[in-house]
Write a new protein. Structure first.
Length: 128
């Protein structure tokens, strides 16, 4: 009974620390959320384009791919990556759409968060 009377709970400094920590985590989520949503849109668009691409004799029309990417990204408002940054690479798995980029997001003052994205998406298009 005497121990329960001595317990005082969270002090003012502890409360300030907890609120600052919660605020920092919320700031990270608010700043990084759109970056990851943008990345998911990029990946979805590239997978759809890779599945619809026409492969003739192991070759693909890179100009047609880039114009399809540009049309989709104009609609989806993708600004972190340009269609010319998407490379068509011949690898062990056949033709792939490859990208590698960093997204920077300003947190506060002179502190930025940098998130690196890279992927190889196989082109499974039908023969033309």
């Amino acid at each position: 009974m005497n121990g329960a009377l001595r317990q005082r709970g969270l002090g003012l400094l502890g409360l300030i620390f907890v609120l600052a920590l919660v605020g920092f985590v919320a700031l990270l989520l608010i700043k990084c959320g759109p970056v990851y949503l943008n990345q998911m849109t990029i990946e979805r668009d590239l997978r759809e384009i890779a599945n619809q691409a026409t492969v003739v004799d192991g070759q693909v029309d890179v100009g047609a791919l880039r114009s399809a990417i540009e049309r989709r990204w104009d609609v989806d408002y993708i600004t972190q990556l340009e269609p010319r940054d998407i490379k068509v690479v011949r690898g062990e798995r056949g033709l792939t759409l490859s990208y590698d980029y960093e997204a920077r997001e300003h947190l506060f003052y002179n502190i930025y968060i940098v998130i690196h994205f890279a992927d190889d998406i196989p082109i499974r298009g039908g023969a033309g």
